[in-house]
Design a protein around this ligand. Sequence first.
Ligand code: OGA
Ligand code: NI
Length: 367
Amino acid sequence: MAPAAVSTNSSADDTRRHQPFEFNESVQSLVDASDNLEALPTKYNLGDTNDTRASSCESLPVIDYSALTSSDPHQRSKAIAELAEACADWGFFVLVNHGVPKELIESMFATVREFFRLPDDEKKQYEAKSTSSPIACGNFNLKSTSNETFTLWRDFLKLYVHPDFHCPTKPQPLREILAEYTERTRKMARELVGAVAESMELDRQYVEEALELDSSFQKFGGNFYPPCPQPDQTIGLPPHNDPGLFTILLIHNGLAGLQIERQSHWFEVNPPPNSMIVNVGDHLEIFSNGRCKSSRHRAVVNKERERLSIAVGNGPGKDVVVGPAALLVERDGGALYRSMKYQEYVESQLSRTFNGISILDEQRIST
Ligand code: OGA
Ligand code: NI
């Protein structure tokens, strides 16, 4: 789930002045209002600095969720080893046989799409008051290193869904659908964290307690990217890392647009039908003392089709000070990351600028 930007903070003062969330006009209504929008309004235009070239990626690891939770110990340990490998290599994988009913997923997409179709006046009541608003909807502004503001080609809905559940009242079925989906994905994320813990020979219960998974801070993110007249000049989501442990991403109709960085190359993902895309968040990289990798990724837009994605970010508890697990530090002979309170990390990430040093880079201890 995306706090969009990556980069170095200038001064604390700048951070206060920069307002990442905005709700003037949704991208959706901009597109609707103009019969045939041919050029991008300036604030969305990144110009030629925008390079979204990527190679196609055929080799994203595939993890079978039913094998991970299987009662057959052989099947299970094989799946755990594959999961550990995927987290260490790509930091991303395709999750199949996840067990979330197709009907639930389809009705969630339809209802979230309907939310984005609501008139701006109605959605404006959910405009974020601050970076910690539990319900936020609108657009995201980034500050470039030369201090210009740029708006992403994306309408978003961001909700805090655990330990307290927040949701707009309209469209009416949204609440029930999201309550069910986020509960299921929370359980899945917990299962994935447990499996990774096992692969690192850490006690599952110790890990769940250290990360306070009973009060896991979970965020729901709906991303809506309308068709864009000049897709090469703008971006839906710029390169970023997700905070937290695991993000579970669903892409409606598996439409291309997600790109992942691996070994300094960008790869475009084409998710297979009925699959989920899962990625390691910064805090799993930190907690695992670097065994798992949080990879940068971005979302590009296209001219022909609207794109809808749902990203559920699963974190530790809000107040947990996350650092490398003590046992791993002992084994490795030192911590490779500094510790920081989860909530502070998340908020600091939201007020960063475009293109620079990520907060994860700042947490790394150079050896
Ligand atoms: C996110 C994200 C990718 C996409 O929401 O954090 O990376 O394809 N989304 O929308
Ligand atoms: Ni993301």
